[in-house]
Ligand binder design. Structure first.
Ligand code: SAH
Ligand code: F3S
Length: 442
């Protein structure tokens, strides 16, 4: 019998992308193989995101589009996963006739069982209850053969006033360290060279486990796994950047010189209303220490524009902070009102046109900063992990420096997964071009 085909459409963060890899890993065992074409699929899953209003709308409109395919193919199984599914649960079934499956991210491990129920009983299944205990280890169908994402914890116990994550992904739950080490060891054996540890506040790992270890201890355990050359993680919370963690990052050779440290705003008044738990000066102390202990450390950040009550003066402080910290990359978003979050009830909402104008100003600053930061690298030699052929120019290859910069260069298919020395020849705001130089051993 030929394999059944699965199409997954994914919205949102790396967590969601990795959740899709896990869904497809579990369904592979049930005889499903991924396809790029929704029209030839036997099962379609839309893995949704509701961090901002737009992402939620896009998920729903895709679901509507895929529901039409059922007219010609009544046996098609249609499912909705992720944060919108978690939030709307049963309600989605009423809105979309023909939907078979609705499940939250903490129910992924039950997907095979849910599919069997649908096929046997021919009735829809909704599963959005958070199961007790730590997240279960499941197989993942990873697309990349060199770099692997590893989820180390689920949920978030913080309560940033703008954010839906604590309600859609539940309480913070860490995976047992032995299971994480085992997963990373298997990745190394399969030829993976780089891992990125994922969690909503990845550096608060371990708090709710009774193992008595923290994120820094986990990094040490993973640094010892043979075959893995690079370790990254996303996203740490500034309040959990302990001295022990900074020391560990400085000491462990595989932990890369790159840190995504969300700032959100440069104004203390806004940070306090957001409930972020730090001031600008505390954030500054931390980045100064990090920069002193880890030479060449590159930073990136998240910024929210137009949080309720943000004045021109507050926004100017954000621009000043972005310039001061010389981020290598800034991810910035206009504030989006999310139902049932505290900030949605704040009175002084910022008009859309003001947000748009501020967005343009931050965008101009960010592009010129990124270009400057990249140009400094011209002439330097960078260690690059070869990822594969460039999507832009199939004759070239791409890879990243330890500081997470994308580089284009000439290479060969059999060098995918190797670390090469590349001399940077030119730089734009989003990537670098380089020429390979022979290593000493060659
Ligand atoms: N803990 C996660 C946060 C996930 S949300 C992490 O640190 O990556 C990712 C980013 O989306 C946040 O850092 C924030 O900048 C942005 N964001 C979250 N809620 C938002 C909202 N309501 N409107 C606009 N941007 C938001
Ligand atoms: Fe969201 Fe704040 Fe947690 S941004 S994921 S509530 S740390």
């Amino acid at each position: 019998m030929s394999a059944k085909r699965l199409y997954i459409k994914t919205f949102g963060c790396q967590m969601n992308v990795h959740d899709s890899e896990r869904i497809s890993g579990l369904l592979r065992n049930e005889g499903y193989r991924l396809t790029e074409k929704p029209e030839e699929a036997d099962m379609i899953i839309v893995n949704t995101c509701n961090i901002r209003e737009k992402s939620e709308q896009k998920g729903y409109s895709d679901l509507g589009r895929f529901a039409m395919l059922k007219r010609d193919k009544p046996d098609l199984i249609l499912g909705m996963a992720g944060c919108v599914a978690q939030k709307d649960g049963e309600k989605v079934l009423k809105r979309y006739k023909g939907l078979d499956l609705v499940f939250g991210s903490s129910n992924i491990e039950n997907v095979p069982q849910m599919i069997r129920t649908i096929t046997l009983k021919a009735q829809p299944v909704v599963m959005v209850e958070e199961p007790p205990g730590p997240p279960k280890t499941t197989p993942a169908d990873r697309k990349d053969r060199v770099r692997g994402w590893v989820s180390i914890m689920e949920g978030c116990d913080r309560h940033c006033a703008f954010c839906v994550v604590p309600t859609t992904r539940g309480r913070e739950r860490s995976r047992p360290s032995a299971e994480i080490v085992q997963e990373v060891t298997h990745l190394a054996e399969a030829g993976y060279k780089e891992i990125t540890l994922l969690g909503q506040t990845v550096n608060s790992y371990g708090k709710n486990l009774d193992e008595g270890l923290d994120f820094a201890d986990l990094l040490r355990m993973l640094d010892a796994v043979d075959g893995i050359e690079r370790i990254r993680f996303m996203s740490p919370h500034p309040c959990d950047m302990t001295l022990k963690l900074i020391e560990m990052m400085a000491e462990l050779p595989k932990v890369c010189e790159y840190l995504h440290l969300p700032l959100q705003s440069g104004s203390d008044a806004v940070l306090a209303r957001m409930g972020r738990g730090y001031t600008l000066s505390e954030y500054r102390q931390m980045t100064t220490r990090l920069g002193q202990w880890i030479p060449g450390l590159a930073f990136s950040t998240d910024i929210i524009i137009g949080f309720p009550g943000e004045t021109e003066d507050d926004f100017q402080k954000t621009l000043d902070a972005v310039a001061e910290f010389e981020y290598d990359n800034v991810y910035y978003f206009n504030y989006s009102r999310r139902p049932n979050t505290p900030a949605d009830r704040f009175e002084d909402q910022v008009p859309e046109e003001v947000k748009e104008a501020r967005f343009e100003r931050l965008s101009t600053l960010e592009k010129s900063l990124a270009r400057q930061k990249n140009q400094v690298l011209i002439g330097t030699v960078q260690e690059v992990l070869v990822e594969g052929r460039s999507k832009r120019d199939r004759a070239k290859f791409t890879g990243r420096t330890r500081s997470n910069k994308l580089v284009h260069f000439e290479s060969a298919d059999d060098e995918i997964g190797q670390l090469l020395n590349i001399r940077i020849a030119s730089a734009g705001s989003t990537c670098l071009e380089g020429i390979r130089i022979p290593s000493r051993s060659q």
